[in-house]
Design a protein around this ligand. Sequence first.
Ligand SMILES: NC(=O)c1ccc[n+]([C@@H]2O[C@H](COP(=O)([O-])OP(=O)(O)OC[C@H]3O[C@@H](n4cnc5c(N)ncnc54)[C@H](OP(=O)(O)O)[C@@H]3O)[C@@H](O)[C@H]2O)c1
Length: 338
Amino acid sequence: MPGALRPEINQWLKITKWELIAIYGLGRMIEKQNFDRRSFLKSMLGFGSTLALMPQLVFATEQSAIKKKIPSSGEPLPVIGMGSWQTFDVSDDAPERTSLLKVLQAFFDRGGAVIDSSPMYGSSEQVIGDLLKKVSNKQALFAATKVWTRGRKRGIAQMQRSMQLMGVEVFDLMQIHNLVDWETHLETLKAWKAEGKVRYIGITTSHGRAHGELEQILQNEPFDFVQFTYSIANRDVEKRLLPLVAERGIATLINRPYQGGGLFRRVKGKPLPPWAADFDCASWGQFFLKFAVSHPAATCAIPATSKLRHMIDNMGAGFGRLPDAATRQKMIAYYESL
Ligand SMILES: NC(=O)c1ccc[n+]([C@@H]2O[C@H](COP(=O)([O-])OP(=O)(O)OC[C@H]3O[C@@H](n4cnc5c(N)ncnc54)[C@H](OP(=O)(O)O)[C@@H]3O)[C@@H](O)[C@H]2O)c1
């Protein structure tokens, strides 16, 4: 009986008694009918509203998140991460903290790992650090932040403060924000990496800025990661930067995959093309994210959201199939026709 298993399973999946009974029922159906994979998926869909209440079951039983490797180490990373600019910049007693906790929990429950922040993002590092203490299921955390100041001493002090704020002993990724005083910080970061104080080092830009200088830097310096803007509406990096990182073996974090939310304005009230289902895409958000991460040189997109339903939507883009090269061209043509 499900009741007998409830305490352990319940704790593991974070589900209610009724959801557990539904799982039990589904298990019995499968046992009786000897389903193949296709019929299994069909019957899962048939559960409709029940599944909507417990999407973690789908992920736990049938799918695993799409991952891509960090070229410098071979370590796999889920292709959907999360940003934190504006969305996690809330005050100590803000009521939004309660909903942000759910957003963060949903991120980990759906296979998320990469969280990107910066001292530039107000209270975001602090809020992430506080909420991380309360979420479960966070073993996969890949913590990334940035150094955004001038001078060696100030850079070191800022990075140490970020460790305290986010509650991270060793950052997985420390990035130089917007190329600010990059030569100074790179020296510190090379030493920190050698000492094991950070695992990977990176450099960022956004909005298509400073691409020429970034290209020069990436050609000559040993960065593991670069972060820049790439979206279906802003494809500048396809010309030089994405081919360069592919050649140099540098991982990419894709920022502003929704152009700060602007992409949704263009598609408001417009239907997804029916062929979006061919690459397991169920929403415009997934259409945009699957476009970004299906570039062969894209490692992980970091959309930002303050809403639980948007986090669930975003994480869904990290499952199922990705569009191939021909489909990507079709996606651009369709988006531009709207
Ligand atoms: N130079 C740099 O290093 C740099 C620069 C820019 C950005 N970044 C990083 O990249 C991250 C992402 O960029 P961004 O925050 O500028 O923009 P973005 O992720 O392209 O867009 C964020 C906006 O999209 C909305 N949104 C998110 N998911 C949605 C969904 N499924 N459906 C509908 N709307 C959705 C959010 O609103 P809701 O809150 O309502 O969901 C928010 O307004 C940043 O947070 C930051 O971590 C780094």
